[in-house]
Write a protein that binds this ligand. Structure first.
Ligand code: ZN
Length: 156
């Protein structure tokens, strides 16, 4: 596995352990060239999913892309990173178990929003605001006003 910091191809695995309730192996890696440390996950790929975009364009499903968009939405939110990983795996498993290899980007967006809504309201609003591409501030205000605070939330 190539080092994401310096590009050195010869990195070492320091630690491997089951993660996400045994559906993944988490490996801590170390780059002897630059001293960088990073983590990789090994997972079973049940099927190759294809995303159908609203333009009709087909694109291979990219877990990393999904993960990036969710991590942006979750930035600085008080949610355990392990929980975010579990959430992403849960979304992917749901997509994989839908019985179709072709999935519209709309369905993916809705599943992500549904999942985020249960975990963190702020992250949900952030994701939804990008996903729904609100053009008018009025729409966005209306959307936010329809949201209810999370149960047991600390008022954030
Ligand atoms: Zn390196």
């Amino acid at each position: 596995m190539r080092c994401p910091f310096c590009g050195n191809a010869d990195t070492q695995v320091k630690d491997s352990r089951p993660a996400e309730d045994y559906v993944a192996i988490r490996r801590r890696r170390f780059c002897p060239a630059c001293g960088g440390r990073f983590t990789t996950y090994e997972r079973v790929q049940l099927r190759d999913l294809v995303v159908i975009k609203s333009s009709g364009k087909r694109e291979d499903f990219d877990r990393d892309k999904l993960e990036r968009s969710i991590r942006i939405a979750m930035q600085k939110r008080p949610v355990d990173p392990e929980r975010i990983d579990q959430m992403i795996s849960g979304i992917v498993r749901r997509l994989e178990s839908m019985g179709e290899t072709d999935i519209s980007s709309k369905v993916i967006g809705e599943i992500v929003m549904e999942t985020l809504a249960r975990i963190d309201t702020v992250a949900y609003v952030r994701f939804a605001s990008v996903y729904k591409n609100f053009q008018e501030a009025d729409d966005f205000d209306k959307f936010v006003s329809e949201l209810r605070p999370p149960i047991g939330g600390d008022g954030e």
